[in-house]
Design a binder for this molecule. Structure first.
Ligand code: HEM
Length: 529
């Protein structure tokens, strides 16, 4: 800690001493429980309880940067961490990653290697090779599949939610995970499942299906990453872990079977362009990647594309329940754009016309970005960086954190109402004749200050996938229906909406940012008059 402090002192940025490394896994788990007690101990300047827990960025938004500046430094017993909220400096870092500076510290994501090396965890030439092999997945062909499947799943999910009637649905966050999983399985592997609500009984024994094995793995990613598949299998006598161990074995077996099947049948590869077929093509025909890398990427695309989209959908549904005026505004556009009552007939060509619906997603990820921040870093060499008018030298072996949550809410970029969830901020009406809704355009107010999917060479390849999925699900659901919070005894509508907003604000960082108790908001679905 002391030697890190001496290094940090020379940089000239404000310093915060964080006596426990934010990367310490035990602290990551315990901090949330210990900190409520620690904050009453009279030492330090309050920085310890303020900054020394996972997800502090969400609690602070841009407050710490307004107080300490666009960049400040954590000195920890592990590495030093520079936190950044300057859009130009962040843009510079993202550009320079291509030149070998400020790379993603892939060792932080090594846990994602459970099934093999993959795009998220490699760098240099390995990354270029894998990115090339997986690029074929993120085409307009895939997006059209995502669109159709999300409409279908959205329609079925709504039917399930309506069964709850006036008692309301408390399983929104769980159900959207199922939707996200089903869309991934369809788009990535060509397998189709009907939506199954979380209330439906699942088989508790017997072999797990591909989707159920993957679902179990994704829902229990933390113990799987912590213990690894091998140890999990050895600990199968521990209640709960046995089924998880089985899921990892079963999932790997399914992936290997799919790989083999696709390998043996060139016609399958020719017919369906999806993640699986493009990976097998790259492995078998082009000999670009190994079987292990195929499995690693099959897993990581599911992992990266699952909870990011599911948590975002959960936030949007809950926020919309508390904002009936936004629902009406969005539904007005949906009804203007789509024709016919059957979502399964709505073509992917409609997607670019659904500006308000996409604006709703933008506004959700602006304030509830599932990742909170993007981590880059210096390696063996120090690097110069201009932050505002100042140039600093970031020492070697320093983490550089692009503080998305602060960037996405800083008043310099978003004005004084930056903390309000207001999707209409994204829409401008171009001058001209005819209905104004035809002239609406989606405009990013300050493009450099909105990077929820990252930017530069490592930007998210699933950006459009996520957008199409979210917009399609909203379109299928809000065309004819609206959602309201179920009032508690003695509560009026405004009080119920305000309570639902409290459920949204009760957010924390587990593997990603998520509502901690989404089940506390019961949401009722009604048909529009
Ligand atoms: C709301 C949804 C999503 C958000 C906010 C999101 C955000 C991000 C961010 C910020 C990064 C890292 C960028 C960087 O380090 O510079 C990333 C990487 C990645 N994302 Fe997403 N993502 C989303 C959905 C998806 C989906 C649907 C998929 C796949 C189907 C996906 C696959 C990936 C992969 C494979 C990477 C690693 C890319 C690489 O290292 O080259 N993401 N995502």
């Amino acid at each position: 800690l002391f030697s890190n402090y001496l290094i940090a002192r020379n940089v000239g940025l404000p310093i915060i001493i964080v006596p426990i490394s934010p990367e310490n896994p035990l602290w990551m788990i315990l901090a949330r429980h210990i900190l409520p007690i620690v904050q009453y101990i009279p030492f330090g300047n309050g920085y310890f309880s303020r900054f020394c827990h996972v997800g502090w960025e969400f609690d602070e938004k841009s407050k710490s940067h307004l107080e300490l500046g666009d960049a400040f430094m954590f000195v920890t017993p592990g590495k030093n961490w520079v936190y950044l909220c300057d859009a130009d400096a962040i843009g510079d870092i993202n550009r320079r990653e291509r030149q070998g500076e400020f790379a993603r510290p892939v060792e932080l994501l090594a846990m994602l290697d459970v099934f093999g090396p993959n795009l998220s965890t490699v760098h240099g030439q390995d990354w270029q090779r894998q990115r090339k092999c997986t690029a074929a997945t993120f085409t307009e062909h895939t997006n059209a599949v995502v669109w159709a499947e999300s409409l279908r799943q959205g329609k079925q999910m709504l039917e399930y939610w309506k069964l709850a009637g006036s008692a309301g649905v408390r399983s929104t966050a769980k159900d959207v995970r199922t939707l996200a999983l089903d869309v991934l399985v369809k788009a990535g592997f060509g397998k189709s499942f009907d939506f199954e609500g979380s209330g439906k009984m699942r088989k508790s024994n017997g072999p797990l299906s591909y989707r159920d094995a993957l679902g179990l793995i994704l829902h229990n990613a933390i113990p799987i990453f912590a213990l690894g598949p091998r140890l999990l299998q050895r600990l199968s006598f521990v209640p709960g872990l046995g089924r998880l161990g089985e899921a990892t074995v079963q999932f790997k077996k399914y992936m290997v079977d799919m790989y083999e099947e696709s390998k043996q049948n060139p016609q399958i590869r020719g017919a369906q362009g999806n993640l699986l077929t493009s990976l097998v093509q790259a492995s078998v025909e082009d000999k670009l990647i190994s079987q292990e890398e195929v499995l690693g990427n099959m897993f990581v695309f599911n992992f990266a594309g699952h909870d990011t989209t599911a948590h975002t959908l959960a936030y949007t549904f809950t926020l919309l329940a508390a904002h009936p005026e936004v629902q009406d505004w969005m539904a007005e556009e949906i009804n203007y754009v789509v024709e016919g009552d059957d979502p399964l007939q709505w073509s992917y060509d409609l997607f670019p016309k659904l500006n308000r619906t996409l604006a709703v997603l933008y506004e959700t990820v602006r304030l509830y970005d599932p990742l909170l921040s993007i981590v880059k870093g210096t390696e063996n060499q120090p690097a110069r960086l201009k932050i505002g008018e100042k140039e600093v030298v970031i020492p070697a072996h320093t983490r550089v954190i692009l503080n998305l949550n602060a960037l996405h809410s800083h008043p310099r970029y978003w004005g004084d109402d930056g903390l309000e969830w207001n999707p209409s901020r994204w829409i401008q009406v171009a001058p001209g004749d005819g209905p104004s809704i035809d002239r609406e355009q989606l405009v990013i107010p300050v493009a450099k200050a909105f990077i929820p999917w990252g930017e530069g060479m490592r930007a998210c390849p699933g950006k459009k996938f996520a957008q199409v999925e979210h917009v399609a699900a909203m379109t299928a659901i809000f065309r004819d229906h609206y959602v309201v919070p179920v009032n508690q005894a003695g509560e009026n509508d405004a009080q119920a909406r305000s309570r639902v907003l409290d459920v949204v604000k009760d957010t924390g960082m587990l593997l990603l940012l998520q509502m901690l108790h989404p089940e506390r908001a019961a949401l009722e679905w009604r048909k529009r008059a």
